[in-house]
Design a protein around this ligand. Structure first.
Ligand SMILES: [Zn+2]
Length: 99
């Protein structure tokens, strides 16, 4: 992936990170308001997504972004455009989901 593409995806990831972070803060504020301790599962998926975004940003820094973590093949550009934090190629993802 060339430096222009990397910076393009970095921009997408940073924007996604910001919106997820805001969403998490909002949810946490609501949890504080209601003083409830049982609302944790609500934030679970966002926290996982945030981890994925952080990981993808790290990969951009060390130039390993856009490569499937399972089979080391390149992830298609369309797939990255649709979901920049994705770390599996399409075939590994479908294997993962069907198992
Ligand atoms: Zn793969």
């Amino acid at each position: 992936m060339n430096p222009n593409d990397l910076s393009h995806f970095k921009t997408l990831l940073l924007a996604e990170k910001e919106s997820v972070t805001k969403c998490l803060q909002h949810q946490k504020a609501e949890i504080d308001d209601t003083n409830s301790e049982v609302l944790e599962p609500l934030t679970d998926s966002e926290e996982k997504l945030l981890e994925k975004i952080e990981l993808a940003l790290l990969k951009i820094e060390n130039a390993s972004y856009g490569v499937c973590v399972n089979c080391s093949r390149e992830i298609s550009r369309d797939r990255l455009e649709a979901k920049p934090s994705v770390s599996l190629c399409l075939s590994c993802q479908s294997e993962h989901e069907s198992s």
